[in-house]
Structure formats: C-alpha cells, structure tokens
Write a protein that binds this ligand. Structure first.
Ligand SMILES: [Zn+2]
Length: 112
C-alpha cells in the first residue's frame, strides 16, 4: 500500500486550516425586492418606479419550505459575511471530498 502523496496532503491541510478559521455560517440567500401594496389608489399600482421598498429579504429552505425574513440594511451588513461563509463552507467541503477521492485513487493505484 502506498502513501498519500505529500502535495495532496498539503492541499488537505490548506483546506482544513481555512475551515478552522471559518466564522459563523448562515444558510440561505439575500434577495432585494420592491413590492406593490395592493391598494388600487396607491401610486405603486400603476407606476413600477413607485413600488415600495426596496426590502431586503433573507430566504432559506426549512424542511422543504422557503422561509423569508426581512432584514434591515444594518442587519444585512452584519450577516452578509455569514451568508458568504456558508457558500465558502460548501466549496471547501466539495474540494476536500474531491481531494480525498484523489488520495484514495492514488494510494490504491485505482483507475478513475
Ligand atoms: Zn402602494
């Protein structure tokens, strides 16, 4: 049985180091939208430029359902990095799995 090549292990350590420095991670995404209020007499009913908002909406899926929560601009500023971290976490997890498959195939001499 051969060893995992040092360059693959070095790459693994780079990924794990970054994971170790990761802050909070929030699932979901941010959508900024303008809305109509539904009152026929309101300006928003006829003029798209007069729609209300923009409102900042944080959307995520909970048990198969989309859950929305309104955020203030100040909250968005605070939590956007957490949401960005969540995407990075998924990227890193994917990289680590791909790398692990490389390590397995290399160590065992298996064809891809
Ligand atoms: Zn309106």
């Amino acid at each position: 049985m051969s060893e995992v090549p040092p360059e693959i292990d070095a790459e693994r350590r780079r990924i794990v180091d970054e994971l170790g420095r990761m802050g909070f991670t929030l699932p979901g995404s941010i959508v900024t939208r303008t809305v109509t209020c539904g009152r026929a007499t309101c300006r928003c009913a006829s003029d798209p430029d007069q729609r209300h908002g923009p409102y900042i909406q944080w959307s995520r899926t909970v048990k198969g359902r989309t859950v929305n929560k309104m955020l203030t601009p100040e909250q968005l500023e605070r939590y956007q990095p957490w949401i960005d971290n969540s995407r990075r976490l998924r990227q890193l997890a994917h990289q680590l799995e791909t790398l692990s498959l490389d390590a397995l195939h290399t160590a065992e001499g298996w064809k891809r």
